[in-house]
Design a protein around this ligand. Structure first.
Ligand SMILES: NC(=O)c1ccc[n+]([C@@H]2O[C@H](COP(=O)([O-])OP(=O)(O)OC[C@H]3O[C@@H](n4cnc5c(N)ncnc54)[C@H](O)[C@@H]3O)[C@@H](O)[C@H]2O)c1
Ligand SMILES: O=c1ccn([C@@H]2O[C@H](COP(=O)(O)OP(=O)(O)O[C@H]3O[C@H](CO)[C@H](O)[C@H](O)[C@H]3O)[C@@H](O)[C@H]2O)c(=O)[nH]1
Length: 327
C-alpha cells in the first residue's frame, strides 16, 4: 500500500516509516520539519508540506497514489497546551480537519490516528479500558478527543474507515536503536533521566513525591515505540473489515518515576543527582493501560514489554548520538 505518513519525520512517525518499508509498503513522509528531522527518513519518499495546506495534500495524494494515511503530526507538549490552547486546537484539531477534508475529496478512506491516554484525564479506574470516561484535563488531550469524535461521525457516513490508537508513554528507540527520541525541548521522563546519566544535565527532577502511590511518585505505562508501530500495521490491515477501531496501547504494567530512575541507573551503570520537587500541574497519579482489546482483536503482542529493555534501547540511542540527529 502507498501510505502517507503525516509527521513521519518525528519520533514515532520515523519508526513507523521504517516498519512500513520493512513490511513491503511504500511510505511517503509528509512533514513540515517544525519538530521532526530529515535524517531518520532520508531514504524515504518525502514531501515538505504543512498539514494546513489543502492543495499540497491533494497534490501529494495524486502524485504518490496514496491509499491510506497514518497521522502522527501534532504538537505534543501538555504544559504548552495549557498556556496556549489555540495553538493545539489549530494544529491538532483544525489541521486534522483539513487533512480529513482532503482525504474525502480524494476518496481516500483509510486513516490511522495517533491518539493518547490524555483523553482520559484523571481516570477513576486503572488499568484503563477503552470504555473509561473521557474527560481530558488539558487542551492537548481535548484536541485529540475532538479528532476521535470527528472521525467517529465521519465514519458513520461511510466516507472514513479509521483506527484511533491511544498511546500510553512511548519510549525506547527502534531499528536497532538507531531511530530514537530527539525532541526540542525534551520533556519526556526517560530521555531526561538519560541526559542526567550522561552528564548533560545537573540532575533529574522528580515532579511530586506526595502522590497516593506506592512510593509517592507518578506511575506510567511505558511502551516500546516499535510495539506501538506494530499495532498500527495490524490496525491498517483490518480497516476494510472494521471501519471503526479504537484501542488503548500499553503494556499494562505501571512504573513509578523512582523505578524508572533506578532502571536508568542499572542500565547505564552511572549515578546522578535526583532532586525532589513539587508536582507538575496536570499530571494524573496513575495511567496504565488495559490493552486486552488490542491483543484479542488485532492479535497485538508487544515484543519488548520489559522496562529495562526499553531503557536499554533508549540508552544505546542517546549514547551513540549524544547530540541527536544534529550530531
Ligand atoms: N510521544 C509520546 O509519548 C506520545 C504519547 C501519546 C500520543 N502521542 C502522539 O503521537 C504522535 C507523534 O508523537 P511524537 O512523539 O513522534 O512527536 P514528534 O514531535 O516527534 O513528531 C511530530 C511530527 O509532526 C510534524 N508536524 C507537526 N505539525 C505539523 C504540521 N502542521 N504539518 C506537518 N508536519 C507537522 C513535526 O515536524 C514532527 O516531525 C503525536 O500525534 C502525539 O500526540 C505521542
Ligand atoms: O523531568 C521530569 C519529567 C517527567 N516527570 C514525570 O514522569 C512522568 C512521565 O512524564 P512524561 O512527560 O514523560 O510523560 P506524560 O505521562 O506526561 O505524557 C505522555 O503521555 C501523555 C498521555 O497522558 C501524552 O500523550 C504525552 O504526549 C506523553 O508524552 C510524569 O509523572 C511526570 O511528572 C518527572 O518527574 N520529571
Amino acid at each position: 500500500m502507498n501510505v502517507l505518513v503525516c509527521g513521519g519525520a518525528g519520533y514515532i512517525g520515523s519508526n513507523m516509516t521504517a516498519m512500513l518499508e520493512a513490511a513491503g509498503h511504500t511510505p511517503v513522509v509528509y512533514d513540515n520539519l517544525s519538530k521532526g528531522h530529515r535524517e531518520p527518513v532520508k531514504e524515504a519518499k518525502f514531501v515538505y508540506g504543512d498539514l494546513s495546506d489543502y492543495d499540497c495534500l491533494l497534490r501529494t495524494f495524486k502524485n504518490f497514489e496514496i491509499e491510506a494515511v497514518m497521522h502522527f503530526a501534532a504538537f505534543i507538549e501538555v504544559g504548552e497546551s495549557v498556556n496556549d490552547p489555540l495553538r493545539y486546537y489549530e494544529n491538532n484539531f483544525s489541521n486534522t480537519r483539513t487533512l480529513l477534508r482532503a482525504m474525502e475529496t480524494a476518496g481516500i478512506k483509510k486513516f490511522v490516528f495517533s491518539s493518547t491516554a490524555a483523553v482520559f484525564g484523571t481516570p477513576e479506574n486503572t488499568p484503563i479500558t477503552e470504555n473509561e470516561s473521557k474527560t481530558p484535563i488539558n487542551p492537548y488531550g481535548e484536541s485529540k478527543l475532538a479528532v476521535e469524535k470527528m472521525c467517529g461521525f465521519l465514519s458513520q457516513t461511510g466516507r472514513l474507515n479509521y483506527a484511533a490508537l491511544r498511546y500510553f508513554n512511548a519510549a525506547g528507540a527502534g531499528r536497532g536503536s538507531t531511530l530514537g527520541e530527539d525532541h526540542c525541548p525534551e520533556s519526556h521522563l526517560i530521555p531526561l533521566i538519560i541526559q542526567a546519566a550522561m552528564g548533560k544535565r545537573d540532575d533529574i527532577k522528580i515532579f511530586g513525591t506526595d502522590y497516593e502511590t506506592k512510593d509517592g511518585t507518578c506511575i506510567r505505562d511505558y511502551i516500546h515505540v516499535e510495539d506501538l508501530c506494530s499495532a498500527h500495521l495490524l490496525a491498517l490491515n483490518r480497516l476494510d473489515e472494521t471501519p471503526e477501531q479504537i484501542y488503548n496501547l500499553g503494556n499494562g504494567t505501571g512504573y513509578s518515576v523512582r523505578q524508572v530512575i533506578d532502571a536508568v541507573k542499572r542500565v547505564s551503570g552511572r549515578d546522578f543527582r535526583v532532586t525532589e520537587t513539587s508536582r507538575r500541574p496536570g499530571d494524573p497519579p496513575v495511567l496504565t493501560s488495559d490493552s486486552t482489546k488490542a491483543r484479542e482483536i488485532l492479535g497485538w503482542k508487544p515484543k519488548t514489554p520489559q522496562l529495562e529493555k526499553i531503557v536499554e534501547s533508549a540508552w544505546k540511542w542517546h549514547t551513540s548520538r549524544p547530540d541527536g540527529y544534529k550530531g
